[in-house]
Design a protein around this ligand. Structure first.
Ligand SMILES: [Cu+2]
Length: 113
């Protein structure tokens, strides 16, 4: 009787571990390669936001932007425009869509919406 009980509880423990592993495994074995593939394949990311500051001469623009899928959350941050010339005519308050290099985070393009 005691041996049977022990065996049964061990079986339950193993079952729980198997279920936990099954629930946990896909997030590691599937999601991870997909994330890496996205970083390698899509080097340019697209964002939308509002210009909160521009220094066209320095090639710097600050954008209060929405989340950029696969790259970063919504935030206000400064980007370095490459080339700086693309910032000419841009003003604080402009609603924009823009392109960001996923590796260097350089601003590759920006358009008024
Ligand atoms: Cu950002």
């Amino acid at each position: 009787m005691v041996r049977m009980k022990k065996h049964a509880s061990r079986l339950i423990l193993v079952s729980i571990l198997v279920i936990m592993a099954a629930a946990w495994a896909p997030t590691v074995s599937i999601a991870e390669p997909v994330r890496i593939a996205q970083i390698q394949a899509a080097k340019v990311f697209h964002g939308v936001g509002k210009v909160t500051g521009v220094d066209a001469q320095a090639g710097l623009v600050t954008i209060d932007h929405e989340a950029i899928a696969g790259l970063m959350d919504a935030m206000e941050m400064q980007y370095e425009a490459k080339p700086a010339k693309m910032l000419e005519g841009l003003q604080k308050g402009d609603s924009v869509s823009f392109d960001v290099d996923g590796k260097t985070l350089a601003l590759l393009g920006i358009r008024k919406k």
